[in-house]
Ligand binder design. Structure first.
Ligand code: HEM
Length: 509
């Protein structure tokens, strides 16, 4: 397994969503929704969103511009809003650096895998558009030359066009209400492209055997037989090659990956993630209380090993109290990691090791690292982030993990956020919070981003040189940025991950 170079918030988060995120619940076993499958809806929306790409000037691509394009006839169908609702309103997955477009790519990858298709590597870092792109989604009544030109503009050759359409049209089908000129019988709610629900090459074999019921091949309306014109455009040479299911899976995996990674030329994606990282450290959580600073963190280690022992080391900021070999603490608890859909397909296992270090607040901590002993005769492994250790950038402003509270009330629960500042009451603290759940009832589903100034916390009087500031935030906030001015110096933290925090609950209902 590759090791992870810390910190890289986007890469760590993308890997976590791929392997341990909640979205795969809607992809596992290719679940049915309104006469199609959720993965079919997700793959279609990803293609339509990407269709705005123009290789000639590097604009458009998978950028979630579809959120502003739903009134176009090209994008008809409730699958579009359903999918956006899955991504934007059902799970707290979106992050300031991980938007709707990354979620659409993740959804397509999980969907294809959930329906038994190839495992597609995931790259993240897409930037969400703030307005519609050009209306360039291919439509079934267009002729072959238009389709060939559309795919060229999107970055695909005529041969790749044939394969990509077959790869897409292995899932789902055509709805009568949305395409009455394609599916002409009003009794027919939906006409599936092939006889199997799964991601497989039945769409190809049934076409070549002339048993296909794909309405875009044999439908009553000759004008809308776009799949027929595309599939047969090279004398069926490409379709013949896809009769091998290995070739089908490989070709589709590569082409769908390219489709998902088609982004405006100004966007840089992360490296493709095709396996989990070994030795992933979770964001440390700090608290100051009774003369001590505590730091909680977790280390994920691939492959379960009940005899493995791990020690965490840290160096202090002043270089005085820790021995030269570092202060140490053994892991406190070990948990089995629950991998989702992709991890199960890859047969993965891992353990999570929890550390709770008590740190002298005066000498504090500058960096930490680990020694991993498998206790199987092999050498002890030093996990030190390629030699540099896992650095704590600053130790003077942090969300206090034991003073902050999740407050349960008889109406709306909220979080009382407490931020500790190494400084006096003249310090100021402000935050910007990110709530992934859109508060609009229809797309565009934009996250809710709010700024707030914190107040001195009356219930947490200053102690040991630390002053505590507070404000109440929604429980749905998953990330926040902190800016503090302490002794005229501005310090802060970006993308503080509240999903890994473990605030105590207080019931006042
Ligand atoms: C010339 C190109 C294409 C045309 C004219 C076309 C046309 C259509 C039409 C008319 C439907 C029915 C939609 C509905 O009833 O909601 C459909 C469904 C679908 N298309 Fe395409 N398509 C094209 C290319 C692609 C590509 C390249 C992909 C993805 C790789 C794709 C993926 C899908 C999927 C997954 C569905 C099923 C959606 C569902 O059941 O909810 N299509 N397509």
């Amino acid at each position: 397994f590759p090791t992870f170079q810390w910190p890289n918030v986007l890469l760590a988060y993308a890997e976590k969503q791929l392997y341990q995120g909640p979205l795969d619940i809607l992809a596992q076993n290719c679940p049915v929704r309104i006469n199609t499958t959720i993965p079919a809806q997700w793959l279609r929306i990803a293609y339509h969103d990407m269709s705005t790409h123009n290789v000639d000037d590097g604009t458009g691509g998978l950028d979630a511009s579809i959120q502003y394009e739903l009134d176009r006839s090209q994008n008809v169908g409730e699958g579009m809003v359903d999918s956006l609702t899955d991504f934007g309103k059902s799970f707290n997955i979106r992050a300031p650096f991980f938007g709707m477009a990354d979620l659409m790519a993740l959804g397509a990858i999980l969907g294809v895998a959930g329906c038994g298709g190839p495992l597609i590597p995931f790259s993240a870092g897409r930037i969400d558009a703030t307005e519609a792109g050009p209306a360039t989604v291919p439509e079934p009544q267009q002729d072959l030359a238009s389709h060939t030109e559309s795919f060229r503009r999107q970055g695909f050759t005529p041969t790749e066009m044939i394969a990509l359409v077959a790869c897409g049209h292995t899932l789902g089908g055509v709805r009568q209400v949305d395409f009455p000129l394609v599916v002409t019988d009003p009794e027919d709610y939906v006409q599936t492209f092939d006889t199997t629900v799964n991601f497989d090459n039945a769409v190809v074999s049934e076409y070549l055997q002339n048993t296909t019921q794909n309405v875009l091949v044999v439908g009553p309306n000759v004008t809308t037989r776009s799949d027929f014109r595309i599939f047969s455009s090279d004398g069926n040479v490409t379709m013949q090659s896809l009769l091998s299911s290995d070739t089908f899976n490989e070709t589709c995996g590569t082409l769908i990956e390219r489709m998902l990674n088609t982004v405006p030329s100004s966007v840089n994606l992360t490296q493709p993630i095709s396996e989990p990282f070994d030795y992933v450290v979770s964001q440390p959580l700090f608290s100051y209380r009774d003369g001590n600073m505590s730091m909680i963190t977790e280390l994920r280690v691939m492959n379960e090993n009940p005899s493995r022992t791990i020690t965490m080391f840290w160096a202090d900021r002043q270089g005085s109290t820790c021995p030269s070999t570092g202060c140490t603490v053994p892991s406190k608890a070990t948990e089995e990691v629950i991998f989702g859909l992709i991890g199960n397909i890859q047969g993965l296992s891992a353990n999570m090791y929890l550390f709770n270090a008590t740190i002298n607040p005066t000498t504090s901590i500058s960096k930490f690292w680990f020694e991993v002993n498998e206790n199987d005769g092999s050498d002890v492994i030093v996990v030190d982030n390629g030699g540099s250790g896992f650095a704590i950038e600053q130790d003077s402003v942090f969300v206090d993990n034991s003073r902050s509270e999740v407050v349960l009330t008889s109406t709306v629960d909220f979080t009382k956020l407490v931020i500790a500042v190494r400084g006096d009451a003249s310090s100021t603290v402000s935050i910007t919070t990110f709530n992934p759940f859109a508060n609009s009832s229809s797309p565009p589903y934009l996250p809710v981003i709010l700024a707030a100034d914190l107040q001195l916390d009356e219930s947490n009087p200053s102690e040991g040189g630390f002053t505590f500031f507070t404000t109440n935030i929604s429980n749905s906030v998953n990330f926040l940025d902190i800016t503090a001015i302490v002794n005229s110096t501005t310090i802060g933290q970006e993308n503080v991950d509240l999903t890994v925090a473990s605030f105590p609950e207080v019931d006042i209902s």
